[in-house]
Design a protein around this ligand. Structure first.
Ligand SMILES: Nc1nc2c(ncn2[C@@H]2O[C@H](COP(=O)(O)O[C@H]3[C@@H](O)[C@H](n4cnc5c(=O)[nH]c(N)nc54)O[C@@H]3COP(=O)(O)O)[C@@H](O)[C@H]2O)c(=O)[nH]1
Length: 796
């Protein structure tokens, strides 16, 4: 008999809901009745559960809150609705929506429906919403009728930088701004499942990014909508561009590139690889790069390469390989390992360059560093190291070697007159002749313009050295036929023995140099053995002499002029020509450094002629330009004065230039006259007769003989600057200078004071009626241009 009473007049089996009746007994709920729907839904047999407690039927019932809910309703009598997820093994397997009603006595009615399907749909929709919202793609829903955007996800807002509300006010073509409105609509109208196209989206700030848009027509709530899924492809595009750039670079670089698997099978090569080796891609793919092996390297070489690849992941070095033609060539190879994402070696990439030309250049540079490009002989650097080696060898073997240093005589003249091409060819031919004389074990070098050396390796006897030296002189002076001309040249040679006369290369070279200069100065076309008497002073003398010889030909001799002043009229009346040497290496050289050498080597005569010619023509030009009558005083040295040609030369110049003889003054020293008084007086008279003035230079430093002075036809007497220097404070100098001035006056000789450096000097000299003054107080010796400027300013 049914003991519970439901609110319904019909049986619980007639209810469409699932119904279960429990009775509260012993703090548990015993299942009293269950309707058919519930049995079917739960898949239960009525007999197996009737009379069982709920905690027996659902052992984990307390976990779902149902037990507590039953108890609550039992105690309060109040109806209770709630839903719960029923789960097994922690997974919700089904959902129930429940109404619990207290019946009569201790009975409780539970009505419920299985809402799993609805719950699952709700869950799906929520998940989809989350997915859509959080998708990395921009997602838009567009109304198919008016093309307004009705939805966009977060990514869309983030990418185009508009707010959700702002986007809802936009049309798709206001975002994909490069697609015109009509085109956009046209594309959507094409009856396809979905359309895909690439364009760009414009952000709110006006900037663009690449996108791929997929649009599909769907129905939402029976309304036609477009769903647009937009993928930001800017990274992809950039990667594509990067890739295509990399590919382009690989295809076009001049370096060969080869990619191999880790077991060294070629998988790719670039066009430069084919260009360099001659092998095409199809011939190389699958092969081991070692097919190019030249056979030049040892097994150890390759072993080391692989070891480096395995331990360091890279190798680089020069390697010789073979081209398809069989030709062996050097290459600079860099191999690197490419690793996969698990840091495992995956490929090797080899990059190489054909360095044949670099090797050739290195060889050329090596040759240039050690060999003379014109003759192919060893150059100075090479010579010095060979000499050092030869000295050491002879020291070890207790033998003697010899160094022969040759300098061609008057080579410069040939070079200058016949041109450098002839000069070069002459050097080449001289080198060839010397090569024929030197033995294989001797070392022939060209150490400078026209300087050659031969190192005769020891042991060598003196007799043989003489023999070789004579052969050299003989062979060198044989005529040369160059560019249709017959040319003659001789050489001067210095010889020294080593280690006997020097154990250091520089000493040996210096000795040979000294001997060579000696040969050149004594008699060209000769050789000289070094002697210890040839010391540094000699060498300097010989060098200066040799350089001076060149200076005369090279127009290195020039003149400076120092004005002589009439202090009463404040006028430049005369100038003294003072020689200077514009040395190609040392710059301006003063007479103290070269005059005595010029004198003792006899070069003073040709140099004196240059000075006379320059001084007279330059002052003639100056007088013409300034319309002046300035006298030029030219110094004459003893050797010049005794030169028979001097008079002829000066008279010749006066005539040929022509030069106003009244403006020419010759300065000679007392000592010059005293060397040969009769000749001097005779010559002076001849000059004076012609109209030339004579002045006595450095008066007071030599004989200062008044007796003689009376006999000399001189116009001026120059008081040496050593007396003038102290005239303002040295009583002796004061006395000497005033005496000389008055004495000269008595003899009708005018006085010029040298070394006037101060106003006081000038004042003293004027007080004693000195005629002319010369010195730094007015002007130092200056070049012609500055002299002109000085005269213009001073004579104003
Ligand atoms: N045979 C030739 N001898 C020449 C020629 N040119 C110059 N010389 C002689 O060389 C000596 C040195 O001359 P230089 O170095 O040119 O010196 C001259 C002046 O610079 C110097 N001088 C002139 N004024 C002063 C001064 O106020 N103070 C000072 N400390 N030095 C001064 O004196 C030299 C000129 O001397 P001098 O000839 O005696 O007037 C010198 O002996 C020259 O003669 C040449 O072409 N041929």
């Amino acid at each position: 008999m049914q003991r519970y009473i439901t609110p319904y007049s019909f049986s619980i089996d007639d209810l469409s809901l699932n119904v279960v009746i429990y009775e509260h007994i012993n703090d548990d709920f015993k299942l009293i009745d269950i309707n058919k729907n519930a049995l079917r839904d739960e898949g239960l047999e009525k007999e197996s559960i009737i009379g069982h407690y709920i905690t027996e039927i659902f052992p984990n019932i307390k976990e779902f809150g149902l037990f507590d809910a039953l108890f609550e309703v039992y105690q309060s009598g109040e109806k209770k609705y709630f839903s719960f997820g029923y789960y097994n093994n922690h997974f919700i397997s089904s959902w129930r929506e429940i109404e619990i009603i207290k019946l009569n006595d201790d009975f409780i009615m539970v009505m419920y429906k299985n809402i799993s399907a609805r719950k699952s749909m709700e869950h799906k929709l929520t998940s989809l919403g989350i997915i859509v919202d959080n998708s990395f793609n921009e997602i838009y829903i567009i109304n198919a009728k008016n093309y307004t955007i009705t939805y966009c996800n977060k990514q869309a807002q983030q990418n185009i930088q508009y707010s959700y509300e702002e986007i809802l006010n936009l049309h798709p073509w206001q975002i994909a701004t490069q697609v015109r409105q009509e085109d956009f609509k046209k594309r959507l109208k094409i009856n396809k499942k979905f359309i895909i196209f690439e364009t760009q989206h414009q952000r709110k700030d006006g900037s663009y990014y690449d996108v791929e848009i997929r649009i599909q027509k769907i129905k939402i709530d029976k309304e036609a909508q477009y769903i647009a899924i937009v993928l930001d492809t800017s990274h992809k595009k950039a990667m594509e561009e990067q890739l295509s750039l990399s590919k382009e670079i690989i295809e076009n670089v001049s370096e060969a590139i080869v990619v191999t698997t880790i077991d060294a099978r070629i998988i790719d090569i670039n066009p430069a690889y084919t260009r360099i080796t001659g092998f095409k891609k199809e011939q190389m793919v699958g092969k081991n790069p070692s097919v190019l092996k030249s056979g030049r390297h040892s097994k150890e070489f390759y072993k080391e390469m692989w070891e480096s690849l395995h331990t360091k992941g890279s190798w680089s070095g020069e390697i010789w390989d073979r081209k398809k033609t069989g030709e062996i060539f050097p290459k600079m190879l860099y191999i690197n390992t490419i690793y996969d994402r698990y840091k495992q070696p995956k490929y090797y990439v080899g990059i190489f360059q054909d360095i044949t030309h670099i090797k050739e250049n290195e060889e050329t540079l090596r040759r240039l560093a050690f060999y003379d490009p014109l003759t192919g002989l060893a150059n100075r650097t090479n010579f010095e190291s060979r000499l050092e080696h030869a000295i050491n060898l002879n020291i070890r073997n207790n033998t003697s070697g010899a160094l022969l240093l040759l300098d061609l005589d008057n080579f410069k003249m040939i070079n200058d007159s016949l041109g450098h091409l002839v000069g070069d060819e002459l050097l080449v031919q001289v080198a060839k002749r010397l090569e024929q004389i030197a033995r294989k074990s001797d070392s022939l070098c060209r150490i400078g313009g026209d300087e050659f050396t031969i190192i005769l390796s020891g042991p060598i006897e003196l007799e043989r050295i003489h023999l070789i030296a004579k052969r050299i002189l003989k062979n060198v002076k044989e005529p040369y036929h160059i560019m249709g001309q017959e040319i003659f040249i001789t050489t001067s040679m210095g010889i020294t023995l080593f280690p006997d006369e020097g154990t250091h290369k520089l000493d040996v070279i210096k000795n040979a140099d000294l001997a060579m200069y000696q040969a050149k100065n004594d008699k060209k076309d000769s050789y000289k053995f070094f002697k210890y008497e040839m010391n540094d002073r000699t060498l300097n003398f010989l060098r200066v002499e040799s350089d001076l010889r060149k200076a005369l030909n090279n127009d290195e001799i020039l003149l400076h002029y120092q004005p002589k002043i009439d202090p009463y009229r404040k006028k430049v009346v005369s100038v003294e020509a003072l020689v200077r040497w514009n040395h190609p290496k040392k710059g301006l050289v003063y007479p103290d450094e070269f005059l005595s050498i010029a004198e003792s080597s006899g070069l003073i005569n040709p140099m004196g002629e240059i000075i006379l010619h320059k001084a007279m023509s330059e002052i003639k030009q100056l007088n013409e330009e300034l319309k002046s009558q300035i006298t030029v005083a030219i110094n004459l040295s003893t050797k010049q004065f005794t030169d028979r040609n001097l008079k002829k030369y000066i008279f010749g110049l006066i005539k040929s230039l022509p030069f106003d003889v009244n403006l020419l003054e010759l300065e000679i020293t007392e000592s010059l006259i005293m060397d040969n008084v009769e000749h001097a007086i005779e010559l002076m008279h001849q000059f004076v007769k012609k109209g030339i003035s004579i002045s006595i230079d450095d008066f007071g430093t030599g004989y200062s003989s008044l007796n003689y002075l009376k006999k000399f036809p001189i116009k001026y007497l120059k008081i040496d600057r050593s007396f003038v220097k102290d005239i303002t404070n040295d009583e002796d100098d004061k006395a000497i200078v005033s005496a000389v001035i008055s004495m000269a006056k008595n003899l009708g000789i005018e006085v010029i004071a040298e070394g006037v450096e101060t106003k006081e000097h000038e004042a003293f000299l004027m007080q004693h009626e000195c005629n002319l003054c010369q010195g730094y107080y007015y002007s130092k010796p200056v070049d012609l241009k500055r002299l002109k400027a000085f005269i213009l300013e001073y004579n104003q």
